[in-house]
Design a binder for this molecule. Structure first.
Ligand code: PLP
Length: 385
């Protein structure tokens, strides 16, 4: 039997939910799951279509109407130039990443994975038959990957760069110049670029730059998108991938033989979201900016070392020292103790390739954020006693 590790963030989340079901008060900073009612445009379309009572097998690549809406939306918001042949609808961004990697990799091919990385990347690469080659970025460089680090990580077996902008867990955003440099380095090294852009709508002040918005080397760039975060639709499980038509055809063949397609009801909900994309996105973004600001203000009031405001995504990535922990303790053990004893769910940096740091999601409601940070500051004070 093949062994796979469960997702570290989902494991912390399921522990938190179990405690909640047992009636315990849990402060949940574990999951980047916007706690927000679906915008009415989403449910309206899903309910109207479902009421018709006709739900056949979905088209493998997604309903044409949804694919048209998806490319219209990305072309408008990300300055890209995709056509219908460049898009496939998938079951969320995670499956899109797996599907793209599965179609690109030969056994043992290497995928350069910038670190800190989203928790699932190394496992997705392994499940697709490849090997993750970690390229560590440094806090002193604001956690940004540089072209030099790509050159250093490259070996004869490197085939793909798995790039993430806006970034989970660090919340960093790359500028247009930085993205151009990364793409140039990848092109020089003959690498495909799989660009995970599921937080594109969560760039709070600065411009978001898509790898799909450059004219050079587009045959080698795959953009992964999702409605999970940008439209606060995590449970509907809809994402899409943009790439050269040849690769999209391969992904469609793979999808037809594995998933069949994305459930119709979810696609209808996604159509509702994308038909009213400006309104839905600004509804979500407004809530998330407020939560980010609430998190930062509360943190800076309660903890002695202030934190900077993360420019994007839904996370604060902080060292234990930043939290004021003097005591020598590993972050994994720290997080285990926090959930066990203090009912605080946060994810250790080990899950993102960086021990010594923890990730706190600020996607819950503001009163929860305030109460959770109060509880964390009390827990930290007790820690060193
Ligand atoms: N990529 C990143 C960086 C993420 O943080 C997530 C979810 O947390 C995903 C992809 C997958 O999102 P989904 O499968 O919900 O679209």
């Amino acid at each position: 039997m093949r062994e796979f590790l469960p997702s570290a963030t989902l494991s912390v989340l399921s522990l938190a939910r179990k405690k909640q079901q047992q009636g315990e008060r849990v402060y949940n900073f574990a999951a980047g799951d916007p706690v927000l009612k679906n915008h009415p445009s989403i449910t309206k379309r899903a309910v109207e279509e479902t009421r018709k009572g006709i739900c056949p097998y979905p088209p493998v690549q997604g309903f044409e109407e949804l694919r048209r809406l998806a490319i219209h939306w990305i072309n408008q918001t990300c300055r890209t130039n995709y056509a219908l042949e460049n898009v496939i609808v998938t079951a969320g961004g995670k499956f899109a990443l797996f599907e793209a990697l599965f179609c690109l990799l030969d056994p043992e091919d290497e995928v350069i994975v910038p670190c800190p990385y989203w928790v699932s990347y190394p496992d997705l690469v392994a499940m697709a038959g490849g090997r993750a080659k970690i390229a560590a970025s440094m806090p002193e460089q604001g956690w940004k990957l540089t072209p030099q680090q790509i050159f250093q990580a490259k070996t004869d077996k490197s085939r793909v760069l798995l790039f993430n902008n806006a970034c989970n867990p660090t919340g960093i955003l790359y500028t247009r110049e930085e993205v151009a440099e990364i793409l140039d380095a990848a092109a020089m090294l003959d690498l495909w670029v799989v660009s995970d852009e599921v937080y594109s709508g969560m760039a709070f002040e600065q411009e978001f730059v898509s790898c799909g918005s450059f004219s050079k080397n587009q045959d080698r760039v795959i953009v992964v998108q999702s409605l999970s975060k940008n439209f606060a639709m995590t449970g509907w499980r809809v994402g899409f991938t943009l790439a050269a038509a040849g690769l999209i055809r391969r992904m469609a063949a793979f999808q037809g033989q594995s998933l069949t397609g994305v459930p119709c009801a979810s696609q209808w909900a996604a159509m509702g979201a994308l038909e009213d994309a400006d309104a839905v996105q600004s509804y979500v973004k407004k809530a998330m900016v407020q939560r980010r600001d609430c998190f930062v203000q509360t943190f800076n009031r309660l903890f002695s070392k202030p934190m900077a405001s993360p420019p994007s995504a839904l996370y604060a990535f902080l060292s234990l020292e930043h939290l004021g922990i003097q005591h020598k303790i590993g972050t994994k053990e720290f997080c285990e103790k926090l959930i066990e004893k203090e009912q605080l769910a946060i994810v250790p940096g080990e899950a993102f390739g960086v021990p010594g740091y923890v990730r706190l999601a600020y996607s819950d409601e503001e009163n929860e954020i305030r109460a959770g940070l109060e509880a964390l500051s009390q827990a930290v004070k007790r820690w060193d006693e």
